[in-house]
Design a protein around this ligand. Sequence first.
Ligand SMILES: C[S@@+](CC[C@H](N)C(=O)[O-])C[C@H]1O[C@@H](n2cnc3c(N)ncnc32)[C@H](O)[C@@H]1O
Length: 227
Amino acid sequence: MSRFILGDCVQVMSRFPARAVDFILTDPPYLVGYKDRTGRTLAGDNTSEWLQPACNEMYRVLKNDSLMVSFYGWNRADMFISAWKAAGFRIVGHLVFAKTYASKSTFVGYNHENAYLLAKGRPQTPDNPISDVIPWKYTGNRHHPTEKPVASLYPLIESFTRPGGIVLDPFAGSGSTCVAAAETGRRYIGIELMEQYHAAGVSRLAQVQRAVRMPAANDSTFLPEAA
Ligand SMILES: C[S@@+](CC[C@H](N)C(=O)[O-])C[C@H]1O[C@@H](n2cnc3c(N)ncnc32)[C@H](O)[C@@H]1O
């Protein structure tokens, strides 16, 4: 029903049929060569050759008249915006995640994360739109060096999908999007290239699945085998 797949998302998504998922919520590498204090790194953070093919696949597998939220690195905004637009996405909103702490301080204290809200076609607008400023709590980055707080993802999933809908995160890391989807009664497909983060996600999702009864799937025949 739901899947957390180990692999390269461009290859994995190329095996999905077109217009298969209801919503994409993703956190791709920011293209900044990130390394944390303990030396942890992420795949794809030094080179951008994956960016356009991944955007093209995300556009293809998303249902018509549907939305994608993508985090991005603010100092690489031009590259992300060009790739989204070239794939066919239209920018329809910008989200700011307000931190109570600075993740770094140089010219300014870096106190927020950002994401764009992108449309394929003409999605319906929600009856009660959420704010584009969302609180952010530090996760401790236990499962992943750039772990996103699940509580900041709930409002996006709840606003832009229906219960039982399929949420895709092709750059899933330790599975925060998938955890948020499962906990809000949605199905998920997560894809992650690095074994250590994939393993962390598998174990987080096993815990969630013990606690949450997943909705029945009736249109998941296209989904590849669970990794
Ligand atoms: C910013 S991190 C996501 C962190 C995630 N939001 C979390 O909370 O754990 C981006 C992830 O994408 C993965 N990645 C990079 N290139 C990939 C590819 N081609 N296919 C699948 N995953 C990829 C990286 O290894 C990294 O874990």
